[in-house]
Design a protein around this ligand. Structure first.
Ligand SMILES: [Zn+2]
Length: 99
């Protein structure tokens, strides 16, 4: 019965991480830097080690700008016209907000 594997199983997430991942995390700790990753296991481990995580997917999502907004329900649309939800007019939204 493989008792030799008991050690690896105890570490939980660490078994999921590749050598590259653990290397990145170790470096982040050393340099006090943030880790940029979409890997959930890496994100989890980083959070446990109090390393700031920058999700790549979320950064991409921020690039998606909705230019038009319904004056009725406030939904965002990619084109002007009539809102398909409430029928109100969709006008160009001001993109001055920085998030
Ligand atoms: Zn609407």
């Amino acid at each position: 019965m493989g008792k030799g594997h008991g050690c690896a199983r105890k570490s939980g997430d660490l078994t999921v991480l590749s050598e590259t991942d653990t290397g990145i995390l170790a470096l982040a700790v050393e340099l006090n830097a943030a880790v940029m990753t979409d890997d959930f296991a890496v994100q989890n481990t980083a959070q446990r080690l109090e390393i700031p995580v920058i999700p790549i997917l979320q950064r991409r999502a921020k690039k998606r700008t909705w230019k038009y907004r319904c004056t009725g329900c406030g939904r965002f649309w990619s084109a002007p016209g009539e809102c398909q939800i409430c029928g109100a007019e969709i006008l160009r939204a001001k993109s001055g907000k920085k998030y």
